[in-house]
Design a protein around this ligand. Structure first.
Ligand code: PEP
Ligand code: MG
Length: 598
C-alpha cells in the first residue's frame, strides 16, 4: 500500500521496472540464441510480450489509481488474476501458461522491492548439487538454476509442455512431478536422487541404488575415440561461436553449419563477401583441422530475410527457397561460395553442401554457378580452395526417389529429415495444428532412410542424418540399425547420444530397426519403441508467440488480427470462429463476458 507516493509516481516506477526487467529478459533471449536454443529463446520472448502487453499496463494503472496499491502489488494482482482464470480452465496448456504469468509476477515483485522473493543464489549458498522443489516450474527459475549448479527439479504441477519443463529439458536437467510437495516435509537438505527416466524421487538412496539408477557419466571416456562408436558423431551449428570451448572428444567434425544466421542478422541487405569470409574463417579455426560441412544459404520459407520479398506464393515452403532464389539472384550464391572457398584456403577441410536439391538438374545448375565463382577467383588471383568435396541435403521426396542418379555426381550426402518428413507427408513442419501428422518415426520415413543408406553404402558415398531425429533419444538406435552411420546433432544433444551409442548392441539395433521399418502404422512403431504418452505429448507444439489456444475446440489460433476475441474478467480468449466464441459465451457462468472492440 502506498500513501505517500502519488499514483502517477507509482505508475512511473512501474514502467521503470518493466523496462529494466524487459532488458533482463532480452538478455536471456540473446543468451539462449547464442546457445542455438531458438525455441527456448521464443519462450522468453513470449514473456517479453506479456510484460509489454498494453492491456496489462492499462489494468495496473487502473488498479493503482483505484486502490493506491504499490505498483508491484497491483501488477501481481493483475497477473495472478489472469493466471487464476487460466488455471480454472480445463486445458492443461492454459494451466501451463498460468505459470508463465506467475513467474512474471514474481520477477516484477522481486525487482520492485522484495528481492528475497526471488534470490535463489542466497538460498542455495553452500548447497552441493542442489535439487529445487517448487509448486510449478517457473521458466525464469530454470534459467537462474542452470547457472547456480542446480541438478534437477521436483514439482507438483505442470506438464512436460510447460515452458519451464521445455527449458529444463534443453539444459539436460530432470524434472519429476510428485502429487504433493507436502510429502517432502522434513526432508529439506536430505540426499535425494531424481530418476528422470522413471519419474521417481529416491530419498536417501544407498550407494547400490545410486549405481543402479545413475547412467554412466555421459562424458567421453578417457581415450574414447569416435571409431569405437557404432556411428560417427558430428556437431551441427548455426554460429561458429557455439564451437568456442566445445569438447570435441568423440566428435568427427562439423556435420552441418547452417549459414542462414549470418544472412538473417541483416535488416537491410545480404552480408558482403568480407563479412562472410570472416565468419567462415572463424569456423575453420575453431574446427581446428577437422572436416566442416558448410551448407550454402537456404533462404525463404522458414528462413525469410527481412529485406526481401519472395513474390506471390501461397505456400512459401513450396515456393522460392534456397537455389530457387538464385534463378533471380545468382549473385547471392556466387558471393557466398567465393567467401567460403576463400576462407577455406590453406588446407581447411571444407565440404560444401547444397540444400533443397530436388534432382540432378538443380545440381548441374549450382555447379554452373560454382564454376563461375571459381573462374572469378582465378581471374582475380585470390587464394581459395577449388577442390572441396561437394554434397547435397536429401530433403525432398524427389531427391530421395532419384537418389541413385544423384549418387553418380555427389561426394557425400546428408538427409535433412526436418524437411524430408514435411514434404513426404505434405505437412508444414511448424504449423501448430497439424503436428500430429508430422511423424519422423513413421515406417514410411524409416523405409526411405534405410533405402538411402543402402544405396549410399553400395555407391561408397558417405551419408549422414542432420535433421532433428539424429538427436531423438528414442530413435537413435533405430537409425543406426537402419544403416545410418553418421549423425549430426546440436551441441547440447551430443553427450546423451554418445551415451546411447556407447551401450548400443548393433545386432539388437538392426532387429529393432527392421521391426519398425516393417510395421504398418506409426502407432505400431511407437509401441515397439515403448514411447510413452508423455514422449508423444512432448512432440506436441508449444503455443508460440502471437498464438493462443481456443478454449472450446483446442485449436491453436493466431492472436494477431483475430476478430474472434473475448475479454472475460480481464482475460483475453481467442477463438477459431464465431461458432466457438458463441459456445464459450453460453458456458461463462457469470455472464460477464465483454466483447473486445480492438
Ligand atoms: C533439415 O531439413 O533436416 C535440415 C537439416 O535443414 P533445416 O532444418 O535447416 O531446414
Ligand atoms: Mg532443411
Amino acid at each position: 500500500m502506498t500513501s505517500a507516493q502519488s499514483a502517477s509516481e507509482e505508475i512511473e516506477r512501474f514502467h521503470h521496472h518493466v523496462a529494466a526487467l524487459s532488458d533482463e529478459i532480452e538478455q536471456s533471449v540473446a543468451d539462449l540464441e547464442n546457445e542455438a536454443l531458438a525455441a527456448e529463446a521464443q519462450i522468453m520472448r513470449a514473456h517479453l510480450a506479456m510484460l509489454r502487453d498494453p492491456e496489462f499496463h492499462r489494468q495496473v494503472h487502473e488498479l493503482v489509481r483505484a486502490t493506491r496499491y504499490a505498483a508491484e502489488v497491483a501488477a501481481e494482482h493483475v497477473l495472478r488474476d489472469v493466471a487464476a482464470a487460466l488455471r480454472a480452465s480445463e486445458s492443461p496448456t492454459l494451466v501451463d501458461r498460468a505459470v508463465d504469468l506467475e513467474d512474471l509476477a514474481l520477477r516484477l515483485k522481486a525487482r520492485m522491492g522484495a528481492p528475497e522473493a526471488y534470490d535463489l543464489a542466497v538460498d542455495l549458498l553452500g548447497v552441493e548439487r542442489p535439487i529445487l522443489a517448487m509448486p510449478a516450474l517457473l521458466p525464469s527459475v530454470v534459467l537462474q538454476a542452470k547457472s547456480l549448479g542446480v541438478v534437477g527439479f521436483i514439482v507438483e504441477q505442470g506438464t512436460g509442455l510447460s515452458h519451464g519443463a521445455i527449458l529444463a529439458r534443453s539444459f539436460g536437467l530432470p524434472a519429476v512431478r510428485i502429487p504433493a510437495l507436502a510429502a517432502l516435509e522434513g526432508l529439506i537438505g536430505s540426499r535425494m536422487l531424481l530418476d528422470g527416466n522413471t519419474g521417481e524421487v529416491l530419498v536417501c538412496p544407498d550407494d547400490e541404488e545410486i549405481v543402479a539408477r545413475v547412467e554412466p557419466a555421459a562424458v567421453p571416456l578417457p581415450g574414447e575415440r569416435a571409431a569405437e562408436l557404432p556411428a560417427q558423431l558430428w556437431v551441427s551449428v548455426v554460429d561458429p561461436i557455439q564451437l568456442e570451448g566445445f569438447d570435441w572428444t568423440g566428435v568427427e567434425g562439423v556435420g552441418l553449419y547452417r549459414t542462414e544466421m549470418l544472412f538473417l542478422r541483416h535488416d537491410h541487405d545480404f552480408p558482403g563477401e568480407a563479412e562472410q569470409m570472416e565468419a567462415y574463417r572463424r569456423l575453420f579455426e575453431l574446427a581446428d583441422g577437422r572436416p566442416v560441412v558448410v551448407r550454402t544459404a537456404d533462404l525463404g520459407a522458414d528462413k525469410p530475410v527481412a529485406h526481401m520479398t519472395f513474390g506471390p506464393q501461397d505456400n512459401p515452403y513450396l515456393g522460392l527457397r534456397a537455389h530457387r532464389l538464385y534463378r533471380f539472384h545468382a549473385e547471392i550464391f556466387i558471393t557466398q561460395v567465393r567467401a567460403i572457398l576463400r576462407a577455406a584456403a590453406g588446407g581447411h577441410r571444407l565440404r560444401l553442401m547444397f540444400p533443397m536439391i530436388e534432382s540432378i538438374d538443380q545440381w548441374h545448375f549450382l555447379q554452373g554457378l560454382l564454376d563461375q565463382a571459381i573462374a572469378s577467383l582465378r581471374n582475380e588471383g585470390l587464394p581459395f580452395q577449388a577442390d572441396a568435396p561437394r554434397g547435397i541435403l536429401v530433403e525432398t521426396p524427389s531427391a530421395a526417389w532419384g537418389f541413385s542418379t544423384l549418387l553418380k555426381v555427389i561426394d557425400f550426402a546428408s538427409v535433412g529429415t526436418n524437411d524430408l518428413v514435411q514434404y513426404l507427408f505434405a505437412v508444414e513442419r511448424g504449423a501448430a495444428n497439424v503436428q500430429d501428422f508430422y511423424q519422423p518415426e513413421h515406417p514410411i520415413v524409416l523405409d526411405v532412410l534405410a533405402t538411402l543408406a543402402d544405396q549410399a553404402h553400395r555407391a561408397g558415398v558417405p551419408l549422414s542424418i542432420c535433421g532433428e531425429v539424429a538427436g531423438d533419444p528414442t530413435l537413435v538406435g533405430v537409425l543406426v540399425g537402419l544403416g545410418i552411420d553418421q549423425l549430426s546433432l546440436a551441441p547440447a544433444a551430443i553427450a546423451r547420444v554418445r551415451q546411447q551409442l556407447r551401450s548400443l548392441d548393433l545386432d539388437e539395433a538392426r532387429q529393432l530397426a527392421e521391426a519398425c521399418r516393417r510395421a504398418d502404422t506409426v502407432d505400431d512403431v511407437r509401441s515397439i519403441l515403448g514411447r510413452t504418452d508423455l514422449a508423444a505429448a512432448e512432440c506436441a507444439p508449444a503455443v508460440g508467440r502471437d498464438q493462443a489456444v481456443d478454449p472450446v475446440c483446442g485449436m491453436i489460433v493466431s492472436t494477431r488480427d483475430n476478430p474472434h476475441l473475448l475479454r472475460v474478467g480481464g482475460v483475453r480468449h481467442y477463438f477459431c470462429s464465431s461458432r466457438c466464441m458463441r459456445r464459450f459465451l453460453t458456458s461463462v457462468r457469470d455472464g460477464k463476458a465483454v466483447v473486445q472492440a480492438d
